[in-house]
Design a protein around this ligand. Sequence first.
Ligand SMILES: *Cc1c(COP(=O)(O)O)cnc(C)c1O
Length: 481
Amino acid sequence: MRILIDDYFYDWDKAWSMVTRIVSYTNHTVMPEALETWNEDLFRLKLPRMHAIIREINERFCREAWNAFPGNWDRISALSILGHGQVRMANLSVIGSHCVNGVSALHSQILKDQTFKDFYRMYPDRFTNVTNGIAHRRWLCYSNPTLASLIEDCIGDGYRKNPEQLSELAKFADDAEVLDRLRGIKHQNKINFANLLYRKTGQVIDTHSVFDVHIKRLHEYKRQLLNALNIIGLYLQLRDNPDIEMQPQTFIFAAKAAPGYAMAKEIIRLICYISKDIEQHPRIKEKLNVVFLENYNVSMAEALVPSAEISEQISLAGKEASGTGCMKLMMNGALTIGTLDGANVEMQAATGPENMYIFGLTAAEVEQIWLRGYRSTEFYANNEYLSRIVNQLNVGFAGESFANLATYLLSGEHGIADPYLCLADFESYRRTRGEMIRDYADKQKWNRMSLLNVAASGHFAADRSIEEYAQRIWRLQKMTK
Ligand SMILES: *Cc1c(COP(=O)(O)O)cnc(C)c1O
C-alpha cells in the first residue's frame, strides 16, 4: 500500500484493490508464538507512515466488520488489526489477502473453526487448503539412490516427474523378491548411518535393532517427552530383568531448540542423560539404545531418513499444522506411529489405516478435555507402570535428577500441569508402539506395509502442492514450452 500510494500515486481504493488481488496468506502454524504481534508504540515510533496506513486499513475494516456483526464490539475488537497496544500481523494478513490457506486438511479446518473463526464468517470464500509436500527428487531420488533404483526397476522413472506414479509400486506388494530387495536396501542404509554416527561421535549402534527415529525441532507440542517416557518404561523393564525377551531397539533423536526455550533444552538434557545412563549398563544396552544427535539440519536428515524404520509423528492432535518430516520418512519406507494430526490424517487416508499405527486423542477430544478440565494426576494415579516412570524422573539418570519434569507433568510449576497431554496419551502410545514392535518380527508383513507406504507417498510430493498453489491461488497459466 505504501509503495503503490506514495511512490506510484495510486488512490487508496485502486491500491487496495490491487493489493488484495495480489496478496495471499499461507498460515504455517497455530502456535500463538508464531502469530506475530508488534508493540504498537514502537511500531508507530519506527514506522510512522506504515502505522498511519495500517490505521486506515483497520478503520475501513472495522466499519465492514460492524456491518457483518452490528453492535458486537467484542467480536470486532478481536478481529481488529490494532488492539491492546499491539499490531496483529495475522489479522492484517487475513484482511489484506484474497486467499488464506492452511497446510493440511485438518489445519485448514482448525483455521476456519477456531483461529480465524469470525474472519471465516465474514469471508467464507477466502479460506482454502493446500497440503504441504516435499521435494521428492531430493528426499528420494538424491538421498536414497538404492531405493530409487529398486523403484525404477519396478515401475520405470516416470515418477521422477510424475510422483503420483509411485502408486504403481503397490502391484509389487506381494512380490517376495521386491520385498526382499527393499529389506536389503533398508539394512544397508542402516549400516551407512551407523558408520556415519561412529565417525562423527564414536557411538556404536546395533544395525539389527529396529531404528526408531524422532527428528524435528524440539517443542513441547511435538512431544519428544512422550517418547522419552516410553523409553524410560522399557529401561525400567530391562533394569528389573535384563534377560527379558525384547526386540532390540535404537531410538534416534535429532532436534534443535530455540535458544530461549528452557523446557525444550530440559527435554534434550533428559534424553542425553537417559542415553548416558544406558551406556553405563552394558546388559541394558544390548537391547535398548538412545542416541541424541546435535546440530540437526537438512544434510543430517538426508543421511537419517533412508535408514529409519519407525517414524515418530506423535504431536498433540490439533497442534502440528502439517509436518513434512512425516512425508520424507514415509517416502523412504518407514512406518509411522502417529496421532491424527496435521498431514498424518491424509497419509492414513492415502496408505490405508492398516498400514499406519494411529493412537491417542483426536483434536476434537483434546478440545473436549480442555472444556471439562484436565487433571494429569488421574492418569498418573490410575496407572502403576506410568507412575513408576514419572517417579524415575525424580531419581533421574546417570546421577542427574529430572524432578522438574515430574513437577511439570504432575503439578505445573508455571501454569497448568502437562499442557500437551503426555500422560493422557501415554497408555495408547505405549500399547500401539508395542503392537508395532510385535509386527516388526513378521518381516514379510512389515516389508509389505513399508512398500505400500512408499507407493502411497506420491501425493505428498511438492510438485502436487506447487501445482495447487499455481492453479487455485496464484492463478497462473502453464507455460507451453
Ligand atoms: C523436514 C525437516 C524438518 C521438519 O520436520 P517435521 O517433522 O515436519 O517437524 C525440520 N528440520 C529439518 C532439518 C528437516 O529436514
